[in-house]
Every structure is written in C-alpha cells, then in structure tokens.
Ligand binder design. Structure first.
Ligand code: SPQ
Length: 429
C-alpha cells in the first residue's frame, strides 16, 4: 500500500522530463532480436516488469541477452537455434508477451507451456488460439483454449487469410509472426488500423511485409537480420503527464522524445479537441518510429465524444482521458471501447468505481463511459486492482484532489513505468 499526498502547495507541475521507452516497441525489439541472426542493440529499452518478462522467456529458450537499464544487447543465432524451454514460460502480467510469443512458438518445432499471473489467467486467449490452430499449430488451454496456461506444439504451419474479429495489434502480430514460419503468404485483415510496430520493426530486421489498405501480408520462411533499435519514449506513459499538465493549474511540462507513431497519437487528437494547450516540437522521422517533444500548459477543458476508429489509437489512454473528462466542462462520452473489459482489469468498471470513490460522476455503458464534468475530487482510499494504468491515473487524480489519497496496490505501476513517482516528484520541486 502506498500513501500519496502529492499536492498541497497549490503550485503547478513544472519542468522537463523524459518518460521510459515504449513498452510495445521494447517487447518487439527483444522478440525480433532473439529470432534474428547477429547482434541486435536496443537503446531506450523499457526496463519495466512486462518487458523483463519477455527477456526472461527468450533467455529460457537459450538466447544470450545482456540488459543493463535501458541498454540491451541480444546475440541472436536465428530461430533454428532456439531451444525447447525445460520449464513453464512465465509472462507475468504481460498480455503482449503471451500473445506475440504464442505466435512465434506456433512456428517453432518444439513444445512449450506458457502462463502468467492472476490477471493473465482471466484474459481471453482464444483470440490467438483460434487463428494459430487454423494455421496448423497444436494449442491447448483451459476451457478449450480460452484461458492460460497454454501449451503449444509448433511447426508445420500453413498460411491463412485471417479477418480479425476485433481490432487488436496483439492478434494481428501473433498471426503475422506465425506467418513468418508458415508455407505461403499469410494475410491479416484489420477492421480498423491498430498499432503497427510489428510491421515497422519486421521491415527494420529485413523482412518484407506488404500493407494494402486494411490487409497486411507476410510471406513465410523469411529470416531476420540483426539491427539497432532506438526506442522512443512511450506516448502511453507520457499521456499521464499530458493530462496532469492540462488539469493542474499553473503547470507547464515538456516531455522529450515521445513516440509519435500515428497509430498511437489518438490521445493528442482528443486533448486538442478538449481544448488542451499542447505544442509539438523537434519532430523527427529519422528512425523506424517517429518522435517529438511535447509541451503542455494548463488550461480549461471541455467534454467531447470519443469513439469509432480512433479507439485503437488511444485504447490504453482511456483511463487517463476519463480523469481529464472529470475536470472538463460538460459531458464526455467514450464509446466503441468494449475491448477495455479484457485488459489487465475491466477498465470500464474499475475507472468508474475508483474515480467515483473520489467524487467523480461516471456512468458505465456496454462499450464505454459517460463522464459528467466538472467535478471536484476528494482524497479517498482507492485501489489499482493490480493494473498499472489505473494506478498511474489514480496518482494523477490524487494531485488534484482535496485531502489525502491512499492507493492500494500501487506497485503495479512497475509494469510499465518503474520511476513514475520519481518523475512526478521532480515536477513538483
Ligand atoms: O501487454 P498488455 O498487458 O496487453 O498491455 C496493454 C497496456 O495497457 O499496457 C493492454 F492492457 O497494452 C496493449 C494494448 O492495449 C499492448 C499492445 C501491443 O503492444 O501490441 C496492444 C494493445 O492490445 P490489443 O489487445 O488491442 O492488441
């Protein structure tokens, strides 16, 4: 349990910060570097618990990975030299690890068992098990493959054309990674565009990936060549400070070198529509992933409607958008976001439950939230429920609340932002 009593001075948050490396890109850098031949160097890696789980899984399959803080070297020998793990692969809290790793394991000719923590045990795995079985992999799990632990006997895959039942970068990536080891060309059809880090990074490792409208195709039996990956700051982590800087009076924060991949910048579009004062400078397109510095100044916000094809571009930012909406004039409606129910927690229910304890007026709907602003928040005993994004959202909420807030299970934040409180404290000096 952590007690947060973050703001009594009445001062805003001021200063220049960097947020840790992008979680999605960090996972993929470890995975693809482990499949490649040669030495892959990763700079700006996120040393959060989720990405460390990915490293541990590949070490168990015999890959030499040297990690020191945000610097990683991977000595890859190609997929032929990956060895059957002699114990269960543990993904901890990481949905990205289990889903992408399953796609990789489906193509490798050995047996593996994967599981994670109590949250992973409740998240649906049939979304990747179904297409991997269609490709010929032998995958089993609890309740017919719905839940972990999963066992995978890989190898002998054939290609498929697969229409994603939901917009999910994890399903897309699992199928493409299995397709890498299949006979023929595998095509994934997206209902809406989701984050494209897998496609971008496979290209950086020398793999040919075709993208025509909503179809992404990969030819099987391609090999990866080691490269250097520069990971920009995670826009999903920056989002907490973009909202904090907007809603805490007298704030002015600059966040350096934030990833600006257009499949991830929905938060910026929504904050602009709410009236936020953001300035984007130092835009760089030099590397595989674009980046920029973002400056935010506090201002008054207004309620907006958020739904449709922007949802995959901000899916992980909805908890912090909901907090911003509690401080906006008018009503904010978030819809088309039923996927939030199958994240680390049911984020529709938990956002409403925890913020309402602090005095917010939030209703849940089948596929989103209705937030009535503007409400004054008061300190309360709240709980992250083991969800890092809920923990960070509640910490930002506590900085504007009157009185003391206690956040239970705040250690969940280590999953994606180990020094979150240090960064927040630096801005309060
Ligand atoms: O890895 P995990 O636990 O699934 O992490 C989350 C998060 O909040 O950090 C979701 F709970 O991010 C997912 C994201 O929601 C990371 C991700 C990726 O790296 O491909 C894609 C999204 O999930 P999905 O299910 O929409 O593909």
């Amino acid at each position: 349990m952590a007690i947060q009593k973050l703001r009594e001075s009445g001062n805003g948050l001021t200063g220049t910060i960097a947020v840790p490396g992008d979680k999605s890109i960090s996972h993929r850098a470890i995975m693809f570097g482990s499949l490649a031949t040669g030495k892959t160097v990763v700079k700006g890696f996120l040393p959060g618990e989720d990405c460390l789980s990915t490293i541990a899984c590949f070490r168990q399959m015999g890959v030499a990975i040297h990690q020191e803080g945000d610097y990683v070297e991977i000595q890859g020998n190609g997929t032929k030299f990956l060895k059957e793990p002699d114990a269960v692969l543990d993904v901890g809290n990481s949905g990205t690890t289990i889903r992408l790793l399953s796609g990789i394991l489906a193509g490798l000719e050995f047996y593996a068992c994967i599981q994670g923590d109590a949250s992973i045990a409740k998240r649906p795995m049939n979304r990747i098990v179904d297409p991997l079985r269609l490709m010929g992999a032998k995958v089993e799990g609890r309740q017919g493959g719905m839940y972990t632990p999963l066992t995978i006997q890989g190898g002998n895959l054939h290609s498929i054309n697969y229409e994603l039942p939901v917009a999910s970068a994890q399903i897309k990536s699992a199928v493409l990674l299995a397709g890498l080891h299949a006979e023929g060309t595998t095509t994934v059809i997206e209902p809406e565009q989701t984050r494209d880090h897998t496609e971008r990074m496979l290209k950086a490792f020398g793999v040919s990936v075709q993208h025509i409208e909503k179809n992404i195709s990969i030819e099987g039996k391609q090999s990866l060549t080691a490269t250097t990956i520069d990971v920009p700051g995670d826009i999903s982590s920056a989002a907490f400070f973009l909202v904090a800087g907007s809603i805490i009076p007298s704030s002015r924060i600059t966040i350096q070198h934030v990833g600006m991949n257009p499949t991830r910048t929905g938060i910026i579009d929504v904050l602009y529509r709410m009236g936020a004062q953001l300035t984007i400078t130092n835009e760089s397109e030099e590397t595989m992933e674009p980046s920029a510095d973002i400056q935010v100044k506090s201002t008054s916000l207004k309620g907006v409607e958020v739904g449709g094809d922007i949802i995959p571009k901000l899916i992980d930012e909805i908890p912090i958008i909901a907090l911003a909406a509690t401080q906006a004039e008018g009503t904010t409606v978030i819809k088309d976001a039923a996927e939030l129910k199958v994240k680390e927690t049911n984020r529709i229910d938990i956002v409403a439950k925890e913020l309402n304890k602090m005095g917010a007026r939030i209703e849940t709907t089948e596929d989103g939230l209705i937030v009535h602003g503007k409400t004054m928040l008061t300190g309360a005993k709240v709980n992250s429920h083991g969800d890092h994004r809920i923990g960070m959202m509640l910490a930002v909420a506590s900085t504007i609340a009157e009185g003391e807030t206690v956040i239970e299970n705040s250690e969940a934040i280590n999953v994606s932002f180990p020094d979150f409180f240090g960064t927040l404290n630096d801005l309060q000096k």
